[in-house]
Write a protein that binds this ligand. Structure first.
Ligand SMILES: Nc1ncnc2c1ncn2[C@@H]1O[C@H](COP(=O)(O)OP(=O)(O)OP(=O)(O)O)[C@@H](O)[C@H]1O
Length: 297
């Protein structure tokens, strides 16, 4: 068996991940879908995300992962409703921001700037009728109105380079790019404003394994470079064991276990986590540390 690789991240010598340095705190968050009968999708969830860490959110389909992510980022739409709890963002300048208190323009300004999101279907959410350049420029025009055209161009080129896409692709339209490239462009857009938190909901699930691995490696590398924290959502527990510092396991709307990837892998406490681990034959076979080391790719 291969030990989880990323668990080492929480003990990195450079101190990038420190238990005392939270960037996001969710307290007692409960979210319902107000339908008949009501669905209690998220039940009394509390968690803390630390600067620079990758927190994996695992659990089977329907357990509430996406609802929680939307709740954290104040993206809930009826019939979903936050019934209880608070989400606080701890800005790097020391300010605490109560996300529930943000609305309209202040919420829009906050969202892409401090916390960005990459969804499973994100690659299909690029605008088909304007170029990649125009879409990146839009982000800057909205959030960084002081930027000159030259600065936008330089930053856009730099961002594509960062995610492994040739800057010549700025002229392209979404349909001219492969699925993997489109997802990389979405990651570039999510990175555009240097957010402190990135929420990734099954960001690579729709892609084939080789492309998926390449993109995951890129995310790991970018995280090292920019030190943003990631909430990474997937039902793929083996993948989370490789990339996460800590893992939260969700069952029927509740977080039933939250621990380092290492402890989850070696010493899971909750019977559901144990069942989840045993349901992945790959965990008992050969699975290389491909993402961080490139081995076994
Ligand atoms: N619009 C809706 N109306 C009613 N119930 C909903 C709605 N959207 C989601 N739900 C329910 O809320 C619960 C949590 O769903 P959610 O999508 O958050 O789970 P998930 O863990 O992200 O699943 P998946 O991995 O399939 O995306 C499920 O029982 C789901 O059926």
């Amino acid at each position: 068996m291969n030990p989880p690789v990323a668990a080492q991240g929480s003990h990195r010598a450079d101190g990038a991940v420190r238990a005392a340095d939270p960037v996001l705190t969710a307290r007692n968050v409960s979210i319902d879908y107000e339908v008949e009968p009501a669905v209690h999708a998220v039940r009394d969830v509390s968690l803390t995300l630390h600067r620079g860490e990758i927190l994996g959110l695992a659990g089977e389909s329907g357990c509430g992962k996406t609802t929680l992510a939307y709740g954290i980022n104040q993206l809930l739409r009826p019939p979903a409703a936050l019934k209880a709890g608070t989400v606080t963002f701890h800005d790097h300048d020391g300010t605490d921001i109560d996300l529930g208190g943000l609305h309209g323009e202040s919420l829009r300004a906050f969202r892409w700037d401090k916390i960005s999101m990459v969804f499973q279907g994100a690659m299909n959410s690029l605008n088909p009728v304007i170029s990649i350049r125009a879409q990146l420029f839009d982000v800057f025009t909205t959030h960084r109105p002081g930027m000159s055209k030259k600065e936008k161009e330089e930053r856009s080129q730099e961002l594509l380079r960062k995610v492994g896409v040739d800057p010549n692709r700025l002229d392209s339209f979404a349909h001219q790019l492969s699925g993997g490239m489109r997802q990389r462009v979405m990651i570039a857009m999510a990175l555009a404003l240097n957010p402190q938190v990135m929420i990734m909901d099954e960001p690579t699930t729709a892609l084939d394994v080789v492309v998926q691995r390449g993109i995951l490696r890129e995310i790991m590398r970018l995280r090292e470079e920019f030190n943003f924290a990631v909430i990474f959502i997937t039902h793929d527990l083996p993948l989370l064991l490789e990339i996460s510092d800590r893992i939260a396991v969700m069952l029927q709307g509740e977080i039933v276990e939250l621990d380092t990837a290492e402890n989850i892998y070696e010493n899971a406490q909750h019977p559901y986590t144990q069942r989840l681990l045993s349901s992945f034959p790959s965990l008992t076979g050969e699975r290389g540390s491909f993402i961080r080391t490139g081995e076994g790719a």
